[in-house]
Design a binder for this molecule. Structure first.
Ligand code: SF4
Length: 253
């Protein structure tokens, strides 16, 4: 468990590490950008961290399950920021252990973001979602809009979409059943260089859809002067809205 630079969470919590590509966001065809988790696992493997001995191979870490319970300060967690909770190699029993740990710590909020929403939905009846456990899915391109339909069927009362890296403009969307949309450009891991291009007009269109439909809008990262910056302004203000009116300390002021 550690503080995260990711603008929409306080800490990351990784009872799982490693993953495999499943989506356009995972790999830049030119090999310059893509998965932040792959980069992070590779780096921690190279510096010899025991938890990352398997590098990017999917691995569970039962000892990490107790970590959120030890922290009393209410915290927004990004669950499995260097993996995918619904990876096909994640045993159901272990996913249930993760949910048990989250349910035992209602002082926190847990953001469970996946690209494998089919499995998230398939296991839905066996997972005790609660109001402080938010379900999210990545939709980086209109080709993946079916994930939004599946997310709507997941029992979590708070659902969110991450459109990062946003790779194409989105059509007009029905955001019913969604509480938050996160948008960001692609960043080349380990640098501040942008990856595949994102146009600000695509972001503006999504912001307007969120405003019209009463959905929290979070502009996580964009490009300014050729560099990727966190929570940039759009039309004269930052957009760091979250459900329940939450504004993280690092985004205040
Ligand atoms: S961690 Fe996410 S971005 Fe990386 S390979 Fe897995 S699903 Fe793709």
């Amino acid at each position: 468990m550690s503080k995260t630079i990711i603008a929409w969470a306080d800490h990351s919590w990784n009872p799982c590490t490693g993953c495999d590509p499943v989506s356009m966001a995972c790999i830049d065809p030119a090999g310059r950008a893509g998965c932040y988790a792959r980069y992070t696992c590779g780096w921690l493997h190279r510096v010899g961290q025991e938890k990352y001995r398997n590098n990017f191979k999917f691995t569970t870490h039962p000892y990490a399950l107790a970590e959120p319970g030890k922290r009393k300060k209410p915290t927004i967690y990004f669950v499995n920021s260097v993996s995918d909770t619904f990876h096909e190699k994640a045993p159901l029993e272990f996913i249930q252990e993760i949910f048990r740990a989250m349910n035992s710590s209602p002082q926190h909020r847990f953001l469970v973001l996946t690209k494998r929403v089919e499995r998230m939905l398939q296991l839905d009846s066996q997972l005790p979602w609660a109001p402080h456990i938010w379900a999210g899915v990545t939709v980086e391109h209109p080709d993946y809009l079916h994930r939004l339909e599946l997310l709507r069927q997941v029992s979590s009362p708070t659902r969110f979409i991450s459109m990062e890296p946003l790779l194409a403009p989105m059509p007009q969307l029905d955001l019913s059943g969604v509480s938050m949309v996160i948008v960001g450009c692609e960043k080349t891991p380990g640098t501040k260089r942008p990856g595949r291009p994102m146009e600000e007009e695509w972001v503006r269109q999504l912001r307007d859809m969120c405003l019209e439909q009463g959905v929290a809008f979070f502009y996580k990262q964009g490009v300014r002067n050729g560099k990727v910056v966190e929570t940039p302004e759009l039309d004269g203000q930052k957009w760091v809205q979250m459900p329940e009116g939450i504004v993280l300390e690092k985004n205040q002021g």
